[in-house]
Design a protein around this ligand. Structure first.
Ligand code: CU
Length: 498
């Protein structure tokens, strides 16, 4: 693991901004009266993004509108940071929807560059999936239709070809939660005890501006860990159970989550919804794009206890003085707790390996010219790498034959499951439905999934977004034909009323 020296930091800052602006978290180590005081861990209050209300609803559909624009926000106390935000905030507002109600979300691009939106985890039709070439130009809008067929924790974010890392880093990410009656009828913590935790590391210059440094297209690692847009927040909790919907919205960083008390995290959900049964673990890794739903039970702690959610560290991540911490829970009050963690959360029909009709192999690597590639190839919208037929079950093998990087591989459209990693069972907490698969150093991960419910072209790629941009992305086509992803292009403003 790599510590960044002061000299390297100077170089990074110079590269990033053309001027010598030191990253805030680095410049002040050892000097008390400094900007770093403003980002001291566990001093800022935890908050959650606002929940977005529909503009209008009818019997089948809720209509939402989000304006994408630049804004000056306060992330570091006393300093302004320019973000590109959904409704001018980072993270964007949370959309909460019920299973099988339809959402139509109008995204209006008021930025001076193009963007587009992918709802990660949704089985959208091709023209609404945020295809990397389906751009929303400046002063245009696009209405995305989402069917909400599964209860899960999703997220919406930019997916612009070659620019996704910059756009998400500048703020274009938000959570999207689908719930159904089955889940809501479980006695799990709910309402104010069901909490989004959106993690993203950032690097700030001393004037508060964001430094975007992808280290010559290898990875972007910030020295400030934000949760829901707040550096290392402190959350006051009651001595009871909470449900946390953890999303790693970082550009490259993966985290190994664990509590400083050494107590268990109870994992109840993976990317694509509840697990079949809860899994207790002392630590777990989460890469960019992954979601895990956790229960933390604070009832065992006396009032006054401080519980730190730590990052225990993983290979090929850059470590800075406080990147081993994420947030702190302060147990401040006593409450009765009628929530329970059922031993069965839901029935998942896992696909037997014997039902696969074919296997495909994907080797992920960096080529001799420094590009990240899948089977030697980068993104080409005119090339299709795989053509499963509708309802086919396939096994996809992702091979990472080096120890120099890890690759969280994301397959659009489908929810799948990990069969094995280096011929061993996956981690217990990974044994749910997922759409991002952590392919670690020298790891070969086999994934099984059924290609449904739509035909058409969909992307698959590394979710280290620096890799995705340069150029670790391809596409597959389900069945024949399918709706052209570019068939519903963005329209110029003004948008008509819904
Ligand atoms: Cu990668």
């Amino acid at each position: 693991m790599k510590k960044i020296s002061r000299r390297e930091a100077l170089r990074i800052a110079a590269l990033a901004g053309g001027s010598i602006l030191l990253p805030v978290g680095l410049q002040n180590r050892g000097s008390a009266q400094s900007v770093n005081e403003q980002v001291k861990p566990f001093t800022l209050a935890f908050r959650t993004p606002p929940v977005l209300s529909p503009v209008r609803s009818d019997s089948t559909t809720d209509y939402y509108q989000i304006s994408i624009q630049k804004a000056q926000v306060e992330i570091l106390p006393g300093l302004k940071t320019e973000v590109w935000g959904y409704d001018s905030i980072f993270p964007g507002p949370t959309i909460k929807q019920r299973k099988n109600r339809q959402s139509i979300v109008r995204f209006i691009n008021k930025l001076d560059s193009h963007t587009l939106v992918h709802l990660h985890g949704m089985a959208s039709l091709p023209q609404y999936d945020g295809y990397a070439e389906d751009k929303i130009p400046t002063e245009h809008y696009k209405d995305y239709t989402y069917p909400n067929t599964n209860a899960a924790t999703l997220w919406y974010h930019d997916h612009t070809v070659g620019k996704t890392s910059l756009n998400i880093y500048m703020g274009l990410a938000g959570m999207y939660i689908v719930q159904d009656d089955d889940e809501l009828n479980l006695p799990l913590p709910k309402g104010n005890y069901d909490i989004p935790v959106i993690i993203q590391d950032k690097q700030f210059a001393s004037d508060g501006s964001l430094i975007f440094n992808n280290q010559t297209q290898i990875r972007l690692m910030g020295d400030v860990i934000t949760v829901n847009g707040v550096p290392w927040p402190r959350m006051e909790v009651a001595n009871r159970k909470y449900r946390f919907r953890v999303l790693n919205a970082s550009i490259s960083r993966s985290y190994k989550l664990g509590l400083n008390t050494g107590d268990d995290l109870t994992v109840i959900g993976t990317d694509a919804g509840l697990m079949s049964a809860p899994v207790n673990t002392k630590d777990m890794r989460i890469a960019t794009g992954e979601r895990y739903e956790l229960i933390i039970d604070f009832s065992k702690y006396p009032i006054g206890t401080q519980v730190v959610l730590q990052n225990l560290g993983l290979p090929n991540n850059d470590n800075f003085s406080n990147t081993d911490k994420i947030m702190r829970f302060d147990v401040v009050r006593s409450e009765t707790d009628d929530s329970l963690i059922p031993s069965t959360l839901r029935n998942i029909d896992f696909i037997p390996e014997s039902s696969a009709v074919r296997t495909r192999d994907f080797t992920v690597a960096r080529n001799s010219s420094g590009m990240w590639v899948i089977n030697g190839k980068g993104w080409d919208q005119n090339r299709v790498d795989a053509n499963p037929q509708l309802e086919d079950v396939e096994i996809w093998t992702f091979r990472n034959n080096t120890n120099r990087s890890f690759h969280p591989m994301h397959v659009h459209l489908i929810d799948a499951q990990i069969l094995d990693r280096n011929s061993q069972s996956p981690f217990a907490y990974e044994r749910g439905l997922k759409d991002v698969f952590y392919v670690g150093e020298n790891e070969t991960v086999r994934v099984i999934g059924k290609f449904r419910p739509h035909t058409g072209k969909y992307m698959y790629h590394c979710h280290n977004i620096v890799h995705e941009d340069h150029d670790m992305m391809g596409q597959f086509q389900v069945g024949e034909g399918g709706i052209d992803p570019l068939s519903s292009p963005a329209q110029p403003l003004p948008a008509p009323a819904f």
